[in-house]
Design a protein around this ligand. Structure first.
Ligand SMILES: NC(=O)c1ccc[n+]([C@@H]2O[C@H](COP(=O)([O-])OP(=O)(O)OC[C@H]3O[C@@H](n4cnc5c(N)ncnc54)[C@H](O)[C@@H]3O)[C@@H](O)[C@H]2O)c1
Ligand SMILES: [Zn+2]
Length: 366
């Protein structure tokens, strides 16, 4: 069955027998055919949180008449993205005797998507799942590509699995209830795509940030689509991050250190990544790859989005180095970073001399 709706675009993540579509458009939650096409079971569990449930749960439930539908409402926040709260999903699935062909729908932002996906990957060693991302960040990044997981007190996203969804349904209408701070945090990941592999997109963002911040529908549709195209291409090339996929981590080693160091939830993920991209730009300049003007251009674009770029006042250099030593890109305990060869071209992970890293950690000023 092919789906054709006005105001809907369909992209494909090409992963052989694990390929799946990303639907992007308006009013998609009310088009039950989309969900029905991808659910092959009678049992469906919807994982969401206490903020999103009152807003959008009924749209999803209304599409599922005739199904056994259970709902797990998680508390809202990055601080609950942990093993303890994942258990609530397993409790529900087991109490309701859900079988191995049951479908899990993750309805929410990146936190719900990462947790729901991880639960789906583990329950009976894997059940099908569907991503319905409801934040900009989740629509442009986290719902695509199959990275799922939870945080550990000692490191962000350190417990998880690669597990691809059956489809991603990005309904732009849900963004109307998202506050500006969250919208802006999502734009950090959008700027990231421009920086790592898409100069034309970076330039488009330089020219259209005001429009985007006014939530112009076409501008929003464009960034979601362009981001998903970039992400889908990278994931198709390197599903398990043995190579090129690592460039999606630009700014994240610094950013994760900030998120862990300041306490989960103090900075939004996108905000921490924005500051992290500032650090990465500074270090790229110290390596002699990008110019001072490039760094200024990067910082200017981040600032024009309203993103923070200043280093967190409370974190010491030692704390940064210590936290950055816990990162999935590290090999044999050495810190490896994604840096920029130019605007629009990222490096693969490289080991950086401790001295250069410390120069950036000491001198970067935003
Ligand atoms: N898996 C990946 O590839 C990947 C990539 C990037 C980020 N992430 C993860 O994603 C998480 C961040 O995701 P996020 O920024 O979406 O945060 P989030 O999931 O915490 O959502 C942000 C806030 O917005 C609320 N919300 C969500 N949708 C809403 C809506 N439509 N209207 C009103 N409020 C809404 C949420 O309840 C929450 O309070 C982090 O844990 C990060 O590690 C994962
Ligand atoms: Zn991210």
């Amino acid at each position: 069955m092919n789906l054709h709706f006005e105001n809907m675009k369909e992209l494909q993540v090409e992963l052989k027998d694990k390929s799946y579509p990303i639907y992007i458009g308006s009013g998609l939650l009310k088009q039950k055919e989309i969900l029905l096409k991808h659910i092959k079971s009678k049992q469906v569990v919807i994982v969401t949180n206490t903020t999103i449930a009152p807003l959008y749960l009924s749209d999803v439930v209304n599409s599922l008449s005739g199904f056994q539908v259970e709902v797990v409402e998680l508390p809202d926040g990055e601080q609950y993205k942990n093993i303890e709260h994942i258990t609530k999903i397993f409790d529900c699935l087991l109490e309701k005797k859900f079988s191995r062909n049951a479908t899990l729908i993750a309805l929410g932002g990146g936190v719900v998507g990462d947790m729901g996906g991880f639960a789906a990957s583990c329950y009976q060693r894997g059940i099908p799942f569907i991503q319905i991302p409801t934040t900009v960040l989740a629509q442009v990044d986290s719902s695509v590509g199959g990275k799922t997981g939870v945080n550990h007190p000692l490191g962000k996203n350190m417990i998880g699995a690669f597990y691809q969804p059956q489809c991603v349904i990005a309904d732009m209408d849900v963004l109307s209830t998202l506050d500006d701070k969250q919208l802006i945090a999502g734009i950090a990941e959008v700027i990231k795509y421009g920086l790592i592999r898409d100069l034309a997109f970076f330039e488009w963002l330089e020219g259209n940030m005001a429009l985007l911040l006014q939530r112009d529908k076409q501008a929003l549709a464009y960034i979601i689509e362009q981001s998903c195209i970039n992400k889908a291409e990278i994931v198709a090339e390197d599903e398990f991050e043995t190579g090129i996929r690592a460039i999606l981590n630009l700014g994240h080693t610094f950013g994760h250190a900030i998120e862990t160091g300041m306490g989960y939830g103090t900075y939004l993920h996108g905000e921490a990544v924005a500051i992290g991209m500032g650090y990465a730009a500074d270090l790229s300049q110290r390596m002699g790859w990008i110019t001072e003007k490039d760094v200024e251009r990067i910082i200017a674009l981040l600032k024009s989005a309203g993103l923070p770029v200043d280093p967190p006042a409370d974190m010491t250099v030692d704390q940064f180095v210590d936290l950055m030593a816990v990162d999935k890109k590290n090999v044999d305990g050495n810190i490896r970073l994604i840096l920029l060869e130019s605007i629009g071209k990222a490096t693969l992970p490289i080991s950086v001399e401790k001295n250069s890293l410390e120069q950036t950690l000491i001198n970067y000023a935003g």
